[in-house]
Design a binder for this molecule. Structure first.
Ligand code: MF3
Ligand code: CO
Ligand code: CO
Length: 250
C-alpha cells in the first residue's frame, strides 16, 4: 500500500531531509586517509543529535551503528569499524535522519585521496544514473521508466546495476511501499502519482551485478570483489514534476 503524502506532510519531512543532506556536506572534509569508519560514525551521530535528529540506522533491525559506511567492494550496509580509510579508496556514506518522526535518507560516494581514472568513471556513472532516474519522475510516468533509464545508462557504460536492493517509499516509516528497482522496462510498473515520496539509490558495480551478504548479516559485497558506487536522494512527486528533498542547502 502506497501512502500518498499531503503537501503539509511533505513540508514536515523537510527538516529530516535537510539535516541528512547537510550531514553529507559536513562529513566530506573528514574523509581523509587514516580516519576510521567508527570515527565517521561518531561524527555523524553527534552532528545528527546536535541538529535535533535521531540517526535512523542505530538499532534498526539490529543494525549496530548510526550510519552505513560502504568502502570499495562493499555495495551497501557497511558497518563502521576500526579500519582506517586509505588513499585511493571510495566510500559511500548513507545517512538517514529522523526528525519529528519523519525520515530523510540520502547517500553519496566520496573519494579518499586521489582516485584512478576508472574509479572516477564508476562514481560519475553512479551519480549520473541517479540524476537520470530523478529526471523522469513526474505524475503519469511509471516506476519502470525510472529503472529503464538507469539500467540503460549504466550498461551503456559497461557497468552493472545491483538487483537485490532498491529504493523505497519513505515517511514516518524508514522503508515503505513502493519498491523502486533500478532496472526495468519503459511503461511498466506502478504509475507515479502526486504525493508519492520515495528514494532512488542505484548501486553500480564496476564488474558483474551479483552480490552476497557477509556473516555479520549486514555487509553487502560484490561477488567478484569489484568496486561498487551509490548515490541516493529522497524525492517528493509534485503536481508537475519532482522535488529533491535531500538537496543540501549548506
Ligand atoms: N539507508 C539505507 C537505505 O538507503 C538503509 C540502511 S538500513 C541500516 O535504505 F540498518 F543498515 F541502516
Ligand atoms: Co534508502
Ligand atoms: Co540510505
Amino acid at each position: 500500500m502506497v501512502q500518498l503524502k499531503t503537501n503539509a506532510e511533505i513540508e514536515a519531512m523537510r527538516p529530516a531531509c535537510q539535516v541528512a543532506a547537510n550531514t553529507l556536506v559536513m562529513i566530506e572534509e573528514y574523509l581523509k586517509p587514516g580516519i576510521t569508519t567508527d570515527e565517521i560514525n561518531q561524527i555523524v551521530h553527534d552532528y545528527t543529535l546536535a541538529h535535533g535528529g535521531i540517526p535512523a540506522p542505530l538499532n534498526y533491525r539490529g543494525f549496530p551503528k548510526s550510519v552505513c559506511t560502504s568502502v570499495n567492494h562493499v555495495v551497501c550496509h557497511g558497518i563502521p569499524d576500526k579500519k582506517k580509510l586509505k588513499d585511493g579508496d571510495i566510500i559511500n556514506v548513507d545517512v538517514t535522519t529522523i526528525i519529528d518522526g519523519w525520515h530523510g535518507d540520502t547517500s553519496k560516494t566520496f573519494f579518499v585521496g586521489k582516485p584512478k581514472i576508472r574509479t572516477q568513471r564508476l562514481v560519475d556513472v553512479a551519480r549520473e544514473a541517479l540524476q537520470l532516474g530523478i529526471d523522469v519522475v513526474k505524475p503519469g510516468a511509471t516506476l519502470g521508466d525510472i529503472g529503464h533509464v538507469i539500467q540503460t545508462f549504466v550498461e551503456k557504460n559497461k557497468f552493472s546495476v545491483v538487483r537485490e536492493y532498491c529504493g523505497h517509499g519513505i515517511g514516518r516509516v524508514f522503508h515503505e511501499d513502493p519498491q523502486i528497482v533500478h532496472y526495468g522496462k519503459q511503461g511498466e510498473g506502478m504509475v507515479i502519482k502526486e504525493g508519492m515520496v520515495f528514494t532512488i539509490e542505484p548501486m553500480v558495480n564496476a564488474g558483474k551485478h551479483p552480490v552476497k551478504v557477509l556473516n555479520d548479516n549486514w555487509t553487502v559485497v560484490t561477488r567478484d570483489r569489484g568496486l561498487s558506487a551509490q548515490f541516493e536522494h529522497t524525492l517528493a512527486v509534485r503536481k508537475d514534476g519532482v522535488e529533491i528533498l535531500t538537496q543540501p542547502t549548506t
